[in-house]
Design a protein around this ligand. Structure first.
Ligand code: SF4
Ligand code: MG
Length: 322
């Protein structure tokens, strides 16, 4: 269940085309208006699929995406179309996402003109204002994408998304392809825009340090499920799920010695045939017999945190008994 905006909420079971893979299972998430929620996990964990379902690009096989209480992504064409005006996605690759033959001003204006969000007389001025809002010059509207750097193109992609006046932005690895110094500039722009416009966003990233910068709450995903959901503050102070702990331990942090860097043991299992019980059990240092047979639900772990782990039931004894 994903519901959005006064809130975005959704309960989802997404499938990839072809139907064999449950890329996302039983994800239940609510995003309040003005909130930025991070979705974090290794590649293949289903975070991009979740973003595409929320954006209406994929329809869930079960469940729904609610925007202000209304189901918006039921897979019916008209609903999906409506959703795509209210939810705007910003992708990783700023070179692929802009039409190389279209002036950036036209790229920004196309959506709002098509959907009647801006009248023909408003478009030019609004486009220049948006370019300035993302830290570019208004007269760049007449240039083509190849005249811009990766960071500038990502600013243009943000301007294009904002032009639709969306209720929700979905950023999928939006800074991942940029150099670290450019990443910081684009993240700072996002923070400024958030402050000025009160943006609501899902911020999908594999990078825990990037997410810490911009998110209020964070959902950690593993093999298509959310395994921990907490405020960013609490999550970074004390990760609770064994996978979250492993993820933090696997990130080389500034100032930490090499000996503190511990890659997560084992391979990520295939989402086509995920392990029974808790999907993390083959890699979990705490796994017990119960973990191999019973899938833990996402349950309350206090102070607004939710954790999907049998340990959360009351300690290490709980992994033993099925
Ligand atoms: Fe580890 Fe068991 Fe918790 Fe899964 S349920 S994370 S295997 S302790
Ligand atoms: Mg991805």
């Amino acid at each position: 269940k994903v519901s959005l905006a006064d809130k975005l909420a959704a309960r989802l079971a997404g499938r990839r085309a072809g139907g064999a893979v449950h890329a996302v299972t039983d994800v239940s998430l609510t995003v309040a208006r003005g909130e930025v929620v991070g979705i974090v996990g290794e590649s293949g964990c289903g975070k991009s699929t979740l973003g595409r379902i929320v954006s209406g690009i994929y329809a869930p096989t079960e469940g729904s995406v609610l925007l202000d209480g209304q189901p918006v992504a039921t897979g019916h064409e008209e609903h999906v179309n409506k959703l795509t005006t209210r939810v705007q996605m910003i992708h990783q690759d700023p070179f692929a996402s802009l039409n190389p033959r279209m002036k950036v001003g036209e790229t920004i204006a196309e959506g709002p003109r098509t959907h009647g969000i801006l009248s023909a007389s408003e478009v030019g001025e609004k486009t220049r204002a948006l370019l300035e809002q993302v830290g570019l010059r208004g007269d760049y509207a007449d240039r083509l994408p190849h005249q811009f750097s990766g960071g500038q193109r990502q600013r243009i992609a943000i301007a294009r998304a904002l032009a639709m006046q969306p209720d929700l932005l979905v950023l999928d690895e939006a800074v991942a392809s940029l150099d670290v110094s450019i990443q910081a500039q684009v993240l700072n722009l996002f923070l400024d825009l958030r402050r000025d416009l009160g943006l609501t966003a899902l911020f999908i990233s594999h990078d825990l340090s990037v997410v810490r910068h911009v998110c209020d709450r964070v959902a950690i995903m593993y093999l298509g499920r959310v395994v921990e959901l907490a405020s960013a503050e609490r999550l970074y102070a004390e990760p609770k799920h064994p996978y979250t702990q492993a993820l933090f331990a696997s990130v080389p942090t500034l100032g930490a010695g090499r000996q503190d860097f511990r890659p997560i043991k084992g391979e990520i299992p295939s989402p086509i045939d995920p392990p029974a019980g808790c999907a993390f059990h083959p890699r979990c240092p705490f796994a017990g017999p119960r973990c191999r047979t019973e899938t833990p639900g996402l349950t309350d772990a206090g102070t607004g945190r939710r954790v999907a782990c049998h340990l959360n039931d009351g300690g290490v004894d709980q992994v033993a008994a099925a």
